[in-house]
Design a protein. Structure first.
Lengths: 970, 418
């Protein structure tokens, strides 16, 4: 095909020196750099871009600005690309969406003929009898629904984010936005100006404001020249401000980058959406907005047709007619919907070209060309009443119908910010009636259309925004009184046709009668009408359907538009990709200082919250052997485990002990310096939420550990409570600042003694549950004698930077005793043998202290700790379940899995929480919740294991191993 | 069958049946006043009228019909709960759901998809096994499946171990379904209206009248609205995010925090995802609607608020995790985001039944799962209002469990982190 273009200066966005070849629906085409997909196709005579959602009717360019779903296409793996906004690049392979076959031969187009059997909401009305029928119909309906396709093999591209800050954010780079930016910047404000198009100027770049066609360019040149040279203005073109969030937090999308802009004040100068005229076949390719025709001509040098009929209710229609004539398009007729003569100079200029102007007339039908892919003629008839026309009409042969019947404000950001709009009945237009503080609006978004007033309003908004941002400003700029709001919107550009196909919502294929039928069925509230008919629920979110559907709803209900109201606009303003929201994934990987040692030693690493921890060392195939080897080393010799992931909190200040007293269940005020004490945390419901150890180094200084997964929450919990208590205490989360290991086993003291010379390690000098500060292999260390695994053990904390050195020193020192590193699996089994609970595994979201059989951890005499009152009541109320140790009655039975249920008399009374096969004891042991009356040692109970089989278990009082705790206290 | 559509194509005038007659005036008195015209309120009205013949009923709503959480939820239906009380309750709801289209003569687009709650950690595997075992005990179809089966059930999911939080397994609940949420409310509303119930939209309750308030809650006698005061026999409130504010009118303090829950939807896509996928660790849930839109949500917002504003952080976090599970969706487009207000209880179970005020009942505390309970709530509320007896199925949910320290243990079953 050959490309046809208008001569320069048309084509302001094109670089004609750079032709670009791309494909659409299997055919190759050539466009220029700067072209959108749709403009390049239009230059090649291709007007059909898509098939409609429901009826598969041919659709073409309507707004040329992304205000409708007509232009949505698929590019490779990317669905729903706006062909009228996305620029062509070499080699682009563009495919149509939602067609069965090809765009021109779509088998589903037959649905159009069945339309009368598919009333609004048809899928609610049938397909469900008898029960089960829907299952089959659903498949068909789902396949017909949907637009683009996803490609499961598609690659995840690169996206990133950047923060921006500004005094004033100006959204929209048209006449209003440009003058607002200048005014604010002149007052010294740092301004970010955001424009979604490639160039600044808005309508000044394509619309016509005067008969000579000079004014727009002159004004634009002046404004753009000053803005681009201004030191205080950062201009972001091709950038979309896609929403407004609290405190002027604006997501601005530019390509694959999301800017997150925080501004002190915002000027919304986003303009308005041109609105469609409703008549039969108003959806045919070749029927478009005046602004769309003008964009095609000015920006892309495309002649939108050869012979046009213009239907207008404002001066923009005449401006477009003049543009068309200058571009060599024959204008067959201008149908002015208004009976009286208006827009004198522009209309006269059109008349001077010999164009017949019919006043008080409307286009009532577009007659389809052969194959239904374009327009062949327009019927024009006299308007006889609201939405009514005379039976006689004139038929004008044409391939283009251009409509200019009014606008609806692009008030998305204003809605997001909580601003209010109301319908001005005299102007038949929504206008902004209230704005939140520090948000200002200017230009046609406010209903201001006269250019001088737009510029004045822009200056006023910029002035106000600069003042909000704390800049010194002079006297408020004046705004001309005549805003030019009247004579823009026709009150009723809706001409229903007895045969229908008079579309209100192009995305959703909704015609006038669909809206009226929905209302008649009782969905008469505008929200219900929307939800039942789906009007405004498509990709363009009511941009072109909201105004007319609200007008229809109001009239059908006999109410005013204001009484009817509108549906809510929500973010995003326009489509945004998941990728741009996600950005680069910032899921942190937390590695302990010894991480690489574990990997080098062949550890199987597992995810533990944000951390990675060694599960066991050795190959996956010999997992059980590895765990057994590690367990036996700890029981018989000595083992070393990395516990750097434990939470660490420094609690300092005169009230440090008091804070712990209130936060944890034990008592800490009398804890001697040098002593370590168990800590158990409950919430206000008495539910166990964390545990650890508190080490006292000074009257005013505790070092408290927390579980790996609980550390952040414990810290938050302490801060939360102390915000109310106001104790003299400083709480710092030092988890990442410390590395820690647990050196455990009968040989632990011998090993430690080889590298620690400044602490007396003897049982007498450093007994169980004491803490010392000393030096290990030259590293300052906190050494705590505790025994989670039930052997003589030292938990050693050193600054994170020294973690590797500590690990190396201990592994070296332990060589002679056959030291082995051990992982989580071995630790779990070792502690199970001791009957220690793991918070979160052996407790759940409602486990209280008594259920966990941990009443020993409560200081009875304390007046208060978080959860105490509840626990007192629980104690009075009695238990409903209890955590007990158990072993299997018949050792030959298979081991239950964790979370298998305890069943009593056919009812669930509990479940297993920890189960393991103890090598030392030679049997399966575990912890389980049972009914309180089953909790006595020796009592048998039943566990339902896989396959529904019941096995018998016997309550056994933990610890299962070393009941006298002699080994850990050595 | 599809013959139902013939009349629309062949008749000269549109054969509309007006679903919701709009009563102009409030009557002076009603046997039952239902505060809240959402799913629960309308369902209650429907069963009162259909099953108990009580039709002198007014449903009052501050906004439009079913415009609160009924319009804002993500329409997932399941019964894979953790406590026996929860499982039994939701099981009845699922069964009622399956008959609703025929009950209503309106297709609610009930679509059985299968529901996978992913486990990324061994502790999540334990929780999923626990839920599966409890479910099976009550005859509910749930299974713990490991990663290979997850891959087979949902090949669209990235089950590789190269991601940050690899999928280890899942709770698979085959009956998990979605439905058209609006249609559920409309069906109940139309069915109730057809039988004589009055639905008053844009009617706000601003006070409750009581008699005999003397150290006790007294007895409810009337409801004050922005359109006048009406007398009534019994009242039930079913107002989700406004629960605490309405309960305040009878001096009932509830341990409820109202927290926004956000959701969003993509542009429509051709069907590629049948299963409903939930990941508690990643704070993500997703299903593809019959229109082809991806309906997505995450965890509740980090703070309490009586408001339905949207945030940027929500969708940034959600999409980051969404692309972990479905990396090929990076260029799919988001269409719309919104928020609802959830009334969260401390134990994640609802508050239902009697209050300290005679003849005043409550249906609240639904947190993030009220939609799936709509039918059973309606049915049992109706039974309670008609008989004056609290049905066994909702007895465990009395508000008195809080002052009596007998909370339920549903916390482990919330689909995403809260």
């Amino acid at each position: 095909m050959t490309m046809s273009r208008l001569p320069a200066p048309a084509g302001t966005l094109l670089d004609r020196a750079k032709p670009i070849t791309f494909r659409f629906d299997g055919q190759a085409y050539t466009g220029y750099e700067g072209d959108t997909i749709a403009s390049a196709l239009a230059a090649n005579g291709v007007t059909m871009l898509s098939r409609s959602f429901k009826y598969h009717r041919p659709r073409g360019l309507l707004s040329a600005a992304g205000h409708d779903a007509n232009s949505l296409v698929q590019i490779g793996a990317e669905p729903s690309v706006q062909a009228d906004r996305r620029r062509v690049v070499a080699g682009l392979d563009v495919q149509p969406q939602n067609v069965f076959g090809s765009l021109t031969r779509d088998y589903a187009r037959a649905i159009d003929g069945l339309g009368r059997f598919l009333p609004v909401g048809f899928y609610y009305k049938t397909f469900f009898r008898p029960k089960g029928t829907w299952k089959h119909w659903e498949k068909l309906i789902r396949a017909l629904a949907g637009l683009g396709k996803v490609d499961l093999e598609a690659h995840h591209g690169y996206y990133d984010k950047q923060y921006l800050f500004a005094d004033v954010a100006v959204v929209g780079g048209g006449a209003a936005g440009l003058s607002a930016a200048l005014e604010a910047a002149d007052a010294g404000a740092e301004v970010v100006l955001i424009e979604e198009n490639p160039t600044l100027g808005g309508a000044l770049g394509y619309a016509r404001f005067d008969a000579a066609g000079q004014e727009a360019a002159r004004v634009r040149e002046g404004l753009v020249g000053r803005v681009t040279g201004h030191a205080n203005i950062t201009v972001l073109t091709d950038a979309t401000c896609n929403g407004w969030f609290a405190d002027h937090y604006l997501p601005v999308i530019r390509g694959n980058r999301l800017y997150k802009l925080r501004a002190r004040s915002v000027v919304v100068a986003t303009g308005s959406y041109e609105q469609p005229m409703v008549f039969r076949n108003n959806d045919l390719p070749g029927v478009m907005y005046a602004s769309a025709a003008q964009r095609l001509m000015r920006h892309y040098a495309v002649r939108p047709g050869n012979r046009a009929v213009v239907a207008t209710a404002n001066g923009d229609g005449y401006g477009a007619a003049l543009d068309l004539i200058e571009a060599g398009v024959e204008v067959a007729c201008v149908a002015d919907l208004r009976p009286e003569r208006s827009d004198g100079a522009l209309a006269d200029a059109v008349a001077d070209h010999g164009v017949p102007i019919v006043r008080g007339a409307a286009v009532t039908e577009a007659i389809a060309a052969k194959g239904h892919v374009g327009v062949e003629a327009a019927r024009v008839a006299r308007i006889t009443g609201q939405g009514q026309t005379a039976a006689v009409d004139d038929r004008f042969a044409c391939d283009l119908i251009v409509t200019a019947v009014g606008y609806n404000p692009t008030a998305n950001l204003i809605h997001h910010a909580g601003g209010r709009l109301a319908y001005n009945d005299e102007a038949s237009m929504f206008e902004v009636v209230w704005l939140p503080e520090t948000i200002h609006a200017a230009g046609s978004v406010t209903g201001t259309f006269a250019l001088e007033a737009v510029l004045g309003e822009g200056r006023r908004a910029g002035w106000s925004a600069a003042r909000d941002a704390g800049r010194t400003v002079g006297a408020a700029p004046a705004v001309p009184n005549d805003r030019g709001m009247r004579g823009i919107n026709h009150p009723w550009p809706i001409f229903p046709h007895p045969k229908g196909r008079d579309f209100i919502d192009f995305d959703e294929d909704l015609q006038v009668h669909d809206i009226l039928d929905a209302i008649q069925e009782g969905y008469d509230d505008v929200e219900l009408m929307k939800r039942f008919s789906t009007c405004g629920m498509g990709p363009s979110q009511g941009r072109h359907s909201s105004l007319n559907s609200v007008r229809l709803t109001a009239r059908a209900n006999g109410r005013t538009v204001n009484e009817t109201g509108t549906t809510t606009s929500r973010p995003p303003y326009t489509q945004e990709t998941f990728g741009v929201l996600a950005g680069r994934s910032f899921e942190p990987d937390r590695l302990t200082p010894m991480h690489h040692h574990h990997v080098a030693a062949g550890a199987k690493m597992m995810v533990a919250g944000q951390w990675y921890r060694p599960q066991y060392y050795g190959s996956e195939s010999s997992r059980d052997d590895n765990v057994r080897r590690e367990v036996m080393a700890v029981r018989e010799r000595v083992g070393l485990i990395d516990v750097s992931t434990l939470g660490g909190l420094e609690v300092c200040g005169p009230d440090a002990a008091e804070l712990l007293n209130r936060i944890y269940t034990f008592t800490y005020t009398k804890q001697p310096v040098g002593r370590a004490r168990y800590v158990l945390m409950t919430d206000q419901n008495g539910v166990i939420v964390d545990d650890g150890v508190a080490c006292r180094f000074h009257d005013h200084h505790f070092y408290v550990t927390a579980t790996t997964s609980g550390a952040a929450a414990v810290y938050q919990h302490m801060l939360f409570w102390n915000a109310q208590w106001r104790l003299k205490v400083n709480i710092t989360n030092v988890t990442a600042s410390w590395a820690a290991v647990n050196l455990a086993g009968p040989k632990a003291r011998d090993v430690l003694a080889r590298v620690c010379k400044d602490v007396d390690l003897s049982t007498e000098a450093f007994p169980y549950m004491e803490v010392r500060q000393g030096t290990i292999a030259g590293v300052p260390a906190r050494i705590i004698r505790i025994g989670f695994v039930g052997e003589l053990g030292y938990e050693i904390h050193v600054p994170a930077s020294q973690g590797e050195a500590l690990w190396d020193a201990l592994m070296d020192a332990g060589k002679a005793d056959g030291i082995v590193p051990f992982g989580i699996e071995a630790q779990r089994l070792l502690r199970l043998e001791k009957g220690h609970v793991i918070i979160g595994q052996d407790t759940d979201g409602v486990t209280n202290v008594f259920e966990a059989d941990m009443a020993w951890a409560i200081a009875r005499k304390k007046p208060y700790f978080v959860g105490k009152r509840t626990l007192d009541i629980h104690e009075r109320n009695g238990l409903t379940r209890k955590l007990v140790g158990f072993s299997l009655k018949n050792p030959a039975d298979p081991a239950p899995e964790e979370s298998h249920l305890v069943i009593h008399d056919g009812a669930i009374v509990g479940r297993t929480t920890s189960v393991g096969r103890s090598h030392v004891l030679g049997k399966v042991i575990g912890l389980a919740y049972v009914a309180p009356d089953q909790a006595t040692p020796g009592t048998a109970f039943h566990i339902r294991i896989g396959g529904g089989r019941m096995i018998e278990a016997v309550v056994e009082k933990p610890p299962f191993y070393d009941a006298g705790n002699k080994r850990q206290e050595l | 069958m599809v013959f139902a559509l013939l009349k629309y194509g062949l008749s000269k005038h549109y054969p509309a049946k007006h679903q919701f007659p709009r009563p102009r005036e409030l009557k002076k008195s009603y046997d039952v006043v239902i505060i809240g015209g959402g799913g629960h309120g309308l369902a209650t009205a429907f069963y009162l009228a259909r099953d108990w013949g009580i039709t002198n009923v007014a449903v009052l709503d501050k906004g439009y019909l079913a415009g609160g959480n009924t319009a804002r939820n993500t329409a997932i239906i399941r019964s894979n709960y953790l406590t026996p009380e929860g499982v039994r309750f939701y099981d009845e709801s699922v069964r009622l759901y399956q008959d609703l289209s025929n009950d209503f003569d309106l297709n609610i687009l009930y679509s059985e998809r299968g529901h996978l709650t992913l486990a990324h950690t061994d502790s999540a595997i334990r929780t999923m096994r626990w839920r599966a075992e409890v479910n099976k005990h009550f005859g509910i179809n749930s299974e713990l499946v490991l990663v290979d089966d997850v891959k087979r059930l949902c090949p669209q999911l990235d089950c590789s171990d190269t991601v940050r939080y690899p999928v280890l397994g899942a709770l698979y609940h085959a009956p998990g379904s979605i439905a058209r949420h609006d249609a559920v409310a409309w069906g109940y509303g139309a069915g109730a209206a057809m039988r004589g119930v009055e639905i008053h939209q844009r009617t706000e309750v601003i006070g409750i009248e009581r008699e005999g308030v003397n150290g006790t809650g007294g007895k409810v006698t009337g409801v004050v609205t922005n359109r006048g005061t009406i007398k009534c026999g019994k009242v039930i409130q079913a107002v989700a995010g406004a629960t605490t504010r309405v309960a305040d009118m009878i001096g009932l303090k509830l341990p409820i925090r109202t927290i926004p829950l956000q959701a969003c939807v993509s542009q429509p896509l051709k069907p590629f995802l049948d299963k409903i996928i939930v990941s508690g660790s990643l704070h993500v849930y997703i299903s593809q609607s019959s229109r082809g839109e991806l309906v997505m949500g995450g965890s509740t917002d980090p703070y309490a608020l009586y408001g339905t504003r949207s945030t940027l952080d929500f969708k940034e976090g959600l999409m980051m995790h969404m692309l972990e599970l479905f990396p090929y969706l990076a260029e799919v487009k988001l269409l719309r985001q919104w928020a609802g207000m959830t009334d969260m209880t401390p134990d994640f179970a609802p508050i239902m039944g009697e209050t300290h005020v005679q003849n005043y009942y409550i249906d609240a505390g639904w947190g993030t799962w009220g939609f799936k309970a709509t039918p059973v709530c309606g049915k049992r509320n109706a039974e309670m209002l008609a008989t004056g007896q609290v049905p066994d199925l909702i007895k465990p949910f009395t508000y008195r469990r809080f002052p009596e320290f007998r909370q339920l243990g549903e916390k482990g079953a919330a689909s995403v982190g809260h």
